[in-house]
Design a protein around this ligand. Structure first.
Ligand code: COA
Ligand code: AMP
Length: 628
């Protein structure tokens, strides 16, 4: 371990307040904090409690004021519509100020919520920043979620305004967002005051209700009295991002303003080695944490240029799309999901399409969101001849917990490992009794409290659930939900979730929510969903259902119905690979379904059978179904 990393790591752990106070000037504060960490309500911790600032000011205004207004802020590249556009910091400021003015006219003020359900278009980023400008709290919902999921988030966040677009564009089909929002609003009990909609030529929507507004009208009227940044406390919420937990009810991860701005400003240069004026591309979606942190906030707060890509790794139009974007915009750093690289490799196994593009601008390829398998790592390394860098984190932390710090102290890469704990994250491996294990021994990956700035202070409106879900298993530790080990050199190896959260093509889903959809069908007496290994998507849901006695229906017809229900209620991203009708499910004597044993048989062919199993014969019977 090098001295620079080691010194930073030790200081950040022994004196977190001292360490982060050295970095507070990365952010422009209205009132710089004098108090770094407040642990009065431990295990709840808050950073920079007496500091005040505005996040949008940090992401936009300050760059314009520093004379960089003509620098590109956003490069929008949309192969699905055949368009591209560049927005300078000057133009971004103009649009954000105007839209914030328009939102204010619609009644949005500091602390109010705004739900954003939008495709990957610049207006989505403008909407997020406009909320931040007003001190309002945005909650972006991934466009791939179905109306029911959107409704659940609307009911929890209780927004004043919903911002959407008339449509999203998936390869081969146009998605009617307006229809989905309308449907969500018939399901939700909460009614927002207004809906603002960006009209897209591919499928314009009809605005009927007097509470429905066209984006261009809102921004035009807002431009006559643009909103200035509203000063908020560092601890005030910037956004809520719902993520899948082990139950069907999503968790509203809260992000604060001050700690988040600081963490973003620290992470982009130090982890990703991207600096002001450089071009950065995070090929994710604004609906996920990777999009929040590394499409929007980190690059803009840092004064870099961010690429907003409305397309896929393959099929828009081909598997050379990533290489084209890198070449066309001289991208210096790319963050993507391993699935995207696997998809490219599957279509273009020899990487022939890269020859058509000059990708020499790219210095690092970062991969995150799911386990980086050694095959994908080697293929990308051989093809690109640059460091391929794994980094591990989650919605809750907002920025990497473990990484190879390319801009701070690059270290040798060990395939299969996201490298080392980032300074500020005290990563420990604990056994089931909460005791730390030795190097190389697998256990629960936990982080000793306090978590560093930028990580979740709580769940929206539910401190108890926050404590129950993350802080109560092991006293003094945050439970990540992942299992793994740390080797003799301090490198972390993440082996996968220890709970019922699954990761499908880098999208985090809960098996519990898919089970809830299956269980709602009248034919289903009980069911289980597991995430089975998949060569392209990492994991893919597989369902097992036991029918009510006497239920007579052709199985293939029933399965098709169940799959349709999952797509309609959760979204196409959760489509199960298969659903199998079985005679029974393996359970413990207390009735808990042995999903872990089922997953192990599906993935490896064998499983350690718990002593508490009710009837081992049921598991034996399932073997041929799980692993045909
Ligand atoms: N809005 C609406 N629907 C969406 C969507 C969105 N934003 N994203 C995906 N979907 C739909 C797809 O259209 C597809 O629908 P279909 O079953 O009717 O065809 C379904 O959800 C599954 O999509 P996807 O998971 O994208 O699978 P795919 O087989 O179409 O494509 C990949 C495979 C690998 C190309 C794709 O999964 C991919 O690009 N993965 C990378 C994802 C990523 O960057 N994740 C990072 C998150 S941090
Ligand atoms: P999300 O909250 O959607 O970002 O998903 C977080 C989860 O994805 C983590 O808890 C891990 O299970 C998984 N994950 C993310 N990045 C990695 C990685 N680099 N290696 C292994 N798993 C990862």
């Amino acid at each position: 371990m090098s001295e620079r990393y080691d010194t930073a790591r030790r200081l950040a752990l022994s004196d977190p307040e001292g360490y982060w106070s050295q970095h507070i000037s990365l952010v422009d504060w209205v009132t710089p904090p004098t108090k770094m960490l407040d642990s009065d309500r431990a295990p709840l911790h808050r950073w920079f409690t007496d500091g005040t600032l505005n996040t949008c000011y940090n992401a936009v205004d300050r760059h314009v004021l520093a004379g960089h207004g003509d620098r590109a802020a956003i490069i929008y590249d949309s192969p699905v519509t055949g368009t591209s556009a560049t927005l300078t910091y000057d133009q971004l400021l103009e649009q954000v100020g105007a839209f914030a003015g328009g939102l204010r006219d619609l009644g949005v003020g500091a602390g109010d919520r705004v739900v954003i359900y939008m495709p990957m278009i610049p207006e989505a980023v403008v909407a997020m920043l406009a909320c931040a400008r007003l001190g309002a709290v945005h909650s972006v919902v991934f466009g791939g979620f179905a109306p029911r999921e959107l409704a659940a988030r609307i009911d929890d966040a209780r927004p004043i305004v919903v911002v959407t677009a008339s449509c999203g564009i998936e390869p081969g089909r146009v998605l009617d967002y307006k229809k989905m929002v309308d449907e969500a609003l018939t399901i939700s009990t909460h009614r927002p005051n207004a809906l603002v909609l960006v009209q897209r030529p591919q499928l314009p929507a009809t605005l009927e209700d007097s509470r429905e507004y066209d984006w261009s009208d809102v921004i035009r009227s807002g431009a006559t009295h643009p909103a200035a940044p509203v000063t908020v406390r560092a601890t005030d919420p910037l956004y809520i991002l719902y993520t899948s937990g082990t139950t069907g009810r999503p968790k509203g991860v809260v992000r604060d303003n001050g700690g988040h701005a600081l963490a973003m400003a620290w992470a982009l240069p130090n982890v990703y080695d991207i600096h002001p004026g450089q071009v950065w591309w995070s090929a994710s979606d604004i609906g996920w944490v990777v999009g929040h942190s590394f499409i929007v906030y980190a690059p803009l707060i840092s004064g870099a240029t961010t690429v907003l890509y409305e397309g896929k790794p393959v099929g828009t139009p081909d598997a050379g799309a990533f290489w084209r974007v890198i070449a066309e915009h001289s991208v210096q750093g790319l963050l993507a999901a391993p699935t995207a690289i696997r998809a490219i490799k599957r279509v273009d196994p020899d990487g022939e399409l890269i020859a058509d593009h000059d990708v020499t601008s790219l210095r690092n390829l970062f991969l995150a969101g799911e386990r980086l398998d050694p095959d994908t790592y080697s293929w990308a390394t051989d093809l690109l001849g640059i460091p391929v860098v794994d980094n591990w984190w989650q919605t809750e932390t907002g920025w990497p917990i473990a990484a190879n710090l390319r801009g701070f102290d690059p270290m040798p890469i060990k395939p299969g490992s996201p490298s080392v704990a980032v300074p500020g994250f005290d990563v420990r491996i604990l056994d089931e009794h909460g005791q730390e294990v030795e190097a190389g021994v697998e256990g629960a990956i936990c982080i000793r409290l306090p978590l560093p700035p930028g990580t979740l202070p709580t769940l929206w409106g539910d401190d108890d659930r926050f404590v129950r879900s993350y802080l109560s298993t092991f006293d003094g530790y945050y439970l990540t939900g992942d299992g793994g080990h740390i080797d003799e050199d301090g490198y972390l190896f993440v082996m996968g979730r220890t709970d019922d959260v699954i990761n499908v093509a880098g999208h985090r889903l809960s098996t519990g929510s898919i089970e809830a959809v299956l269980a709602a069908h009248p034919a289903v007496a009980e069911c289980a969903v597991i995430g089975a290994a998949d060569a392209l998507k990492g994991q893919i849901p597989r369902g097992f259902v036991v029918l009510r006695s006497g239920w007579q229906q052709d199985h293939s017809e029933l399965v098709a119905e169940l799959i349709r229900s999952v797509r309609a209620d959760i979204g196409a991203i959760a489509t199960p690979k298969d659903i199998v009708v079985v005679d029974g499910l393996p359970k413990t004597r207390s009735g808990k379904i042995l999903r872990k044993s089922m997953r192990e048989i599906a993935d490896r062919g064998d499983s350690t059978v718990p002593a508490t199993i009710e009837d081992p014969a049921v598991l034996d019977m399932l073997r041929s179904v799980l692993r045909p």
